[in-house]
Design a protein around this ligand. Structure first.
Ligand code: CA
Length: 204
């Protein structure tokens, strides 16, 4: 391992402190500022969701998953619903400053995911966007990936991101998604878990 992108260990149930998992991994739901006085929804700062069918976090708490984890004590649960437009579901993390993913010779983005046996079948994808707004979209080769009931390791070569014209030395946003993002069509629902997103060095 070269470095951790996100292992989901740092999230808590304290949304007033900005530590809730859905405050970093934005989903389809908008949410209000918990520090704003109640009763003034018109003027309360609201954070727009990304408009997709994703819902990050458990209700009720703990918001981050603590039972189904691959490493440490927490993972990211994401419900997806591709029943309504835009027919895909994604959680996105945006960094305030661009991230250099080439440090220390990293050549691969590695993550772990699993789903549930009763999930609706849908493509699983990862999107990597750079500071110039170019996005590389990588779809898992197994169309039934989201049905896996054991943790699956997924290696995403940085070379593939680069080949899509994206600057791996200036990553601004990462997306975890379920659905056919390029050619959206009505789908089903389900839940995935993501853990241990890391930069690794696989080639000698
Ligand atoms: Ca973890």
């Amino acid at each position: 391992m070269v470095s951790v992108v996100d292992d989901f260990e740092k999230y808590t149930d304290d949304d007033e402190a900005g530590q809730a998992i859905f405050q970093t991994w934005i989903d389809g739901l908008k949410y209000g500022d918990p520090n704003h006085p109640a009763g003034d929804p018109q003027h309360a700062p609201y954070y727009a969701g990304n408009g997709t069918g994703a819902v990050v976090g458990n209700i009720p708490a703990p918001l981050a998953e603590e039972q189904i984890v691959r490493g440490g004590g927490r993972s990211m649960p994401m419900d997806y619903s591709d029943v309504k437009k835009p027919w895909y579901s994604e959680a996105q993390r945006t960094w305030s400053t661009t991230q250099n993913w080439t440090t220390s010779g990293a050549d691969t983005l590695t993550l772990y995911f699993r789903g549930k046996a009763d999930n609706s079948r849908a493509p699983l994808y990862v999107g990597i966007e750079d500071g110039a707004g170019r996005m590389a979209m990588m779809v898992h080769s197994d169309p039934a990936a989201v049905l896996a009931t054991e943790w699956q390791r997924w290696h995403l070569p940085c070379a593939d991101v680069r080949a899509a014209g994206v600057d791996v030395g200036a990553v601004k946003k990462m997306v975890m998604g379920v659905g056919d993002r390029r050619n959206p069509k009505p789908g089903g629902t389900g839940r995935i878990y993501v853990d241990d997103i890391r930069l690794t060095k696989r080639m000698p």
